[in-house]
Write a protein that binds this ligand. Structure first.
Ligand code: F6P
Length: 412
């Protein structure tokens, strides 16, 4: 029997030396600051601000967003609503880990002058790394491999595209700073949960209606996919291929791509990254370019739309999403959330027993929801007791965090 979520599952903090979250705050964040410092010829003011952030990573505290720090002037107010008043002045290590990480990226953008005014306004500090990934030979090889998909039966083709999008989540630049490489060899049998049949039942091919939770056909209406994207580059590209394919097969009529309003968690996709990915698809030629062109046309005629909601960069779980976002997800045929961070925000960044029911943990979500994620942090729900026991017995200590395992979970 799966356990039911209890509010009492402790929220994850980064305060325990030797734990994964502590390592992210104490080691990964400083590495990211150094990477950014080397990425552009920032002047003394920015370099000093980055050095101050570096020092803060070791023993600093949460600091309020400076007044007027963003062009809209609303960010300070937003952060106040997201818990700043409760956490300002406390150690990075003593506030919820999710909150601390999100605050780090906000501070980093302040340090590099992203919110301006000034020459660095709007310059993505992670762009060099994102572009290098798009231009990498591996990306070209993956896109060329698409030409062979046409020979596969339809079911295998769509499965390959779904898995491309799923495993694309391993290509996360922040993750790579400490894991060294994103080899794909170990993918076989690495799914700890696979509800893909439930996903396809929500998105059957054109001419066949989706079935509800009882298996009965639901009335025809335009099928909308909300795809809450994660990383740019080698994750966003296969995400776009999947969306393009779903449109082509008439499994969805519309798609809404939720991207980040500003650079986040190193490689998270922003609207600018979407344009780079579309350009990369066009440059690849062959099948990839045809997929890209279909998506381009769908963006141009409004079947695909792009959102960059402020809550996408909020340090909070989706259970606390604002009403406008809730209404959007409620109207979708299914919302697919990509990646580890979105998963943590979906089920809550807590020490859930792994057999906690995914359906219960996401019961608050306003419509059918799916998670496609490689495991890169301790949070996990929806495992069977047998799977959990097998993973624990496997001797692979870091199965929760090393990105070698993945899941496809669906709540209809
Ligand atoms: O890109 P993803 O899949 O959301 O992964 C990012 C993950 O990396 C981390 O920043 C560090 O592991 C996690 O906090 C986060 O869950």
């Amino acid at each position: 029997m799966p356990a039911t979520p209890a509010e009492s599952a402790p929220v994850i903090l980064g305060d325990e030396p030797g734990s994964f979250p502590h390592g992210v705050l104490a080691e990964r964040h400083p590495a990211i600051v150094r990477q950014v410092r080397a990425a552009f010829p920032y002047g003394p003011e920015v370099r000093d601000a980055l050095d101050a952030l570096l020092a803060s990573c070791a023993d600093g505290v949460v600091e309020p967003v400076p007044a007027g720090a963003d062009p809209t002037g609303r960010d300070r107010e937003r952060w106040a609503g997201w818990g700043m008043d409760a956490y300002a002045g406390r150690s990075w290590y003593d506030v919820p880990w999710l909150w601390a990480e999100s605050h780090f990226y906000r501070r980093l953008l302040d340090a590099v002058g992203y919110f301006g005014p000034g020459v660095w306004q709007g310059v993505d500090p992670f762009r060099p790394a994102k572009l290098a990934e798009l231009d990498a030979p591996e990306t070209g090889e993956e896109l060329a491999a698409l030409d062979t998909l046409a020979d596969l039966p339809a079911e295998e083709r769509i499965r390959a595209l779904l898995h491309g999008s799923l495993w694309g989540n391993r290509a996360d630049l922040g993750f790579r700073l400490s894991e060294g490489g994103t080899g794909t060899r170990e993918q076989v049998d690495a799914l700890v949960a696979d509800d893909s049949d439930a996903l396809w039942s929500l998105l059957p091919p054109a001419g066949t209606g989706p079935t509800g939770a009882t298996g009965a056909a639901t009335p025809a209406r335009p099928r909308t996919l909300c795809l809450v994207a994660d990383n740019a580059g080698r994750e966003l590209v296969p995400d776009l291929l999947l969306v393009s394919h779903l449109l082509a097969e008439g499994r969805v009529d519309r798609a809404v791509l939720h991207l980040k309003p500003y650079p986040y968690y190193v490689s998270d996709a922003t609207p600018a990254d979407l344009l780079d990915a579309l350009r990369r698809l066009a440059a690849a030629g062959g099948t990839a370019a045809a997929y890209g062109e279909r998506l381009w046309n769908a963006l141009a005629d409004g079947r695909v739309t792009v959102r960059a909601h402020p809550f996408s960069c909020a340090p909070l779980p989706y259970a606390e999403m604002p009403d406008d976002l809730r209404a959007e997800f409620a109207a979708a045929t299914v919302t697919v959330l990509k990646g580890d961070l979105n998963y943590r925000r979906l089920v809550g960044d807590r020490w859930w027993p792994p057999t906690t029911s995914f359906a219960d943990a996401t019961g608050y979500f306003p419509g059918p929801v799916a998670a496609l994620r490689t495991l890169k942090s301790d949070v996990v729900t929806g495992l069977t007791a047998g799977t959990e026991a097998a993973l624990e017995a496997s001797g692979e200590r870091r199965w929760r965090t090393s990105g070698t395992h993945a899941l496809i979970q669906v709540r209809r």
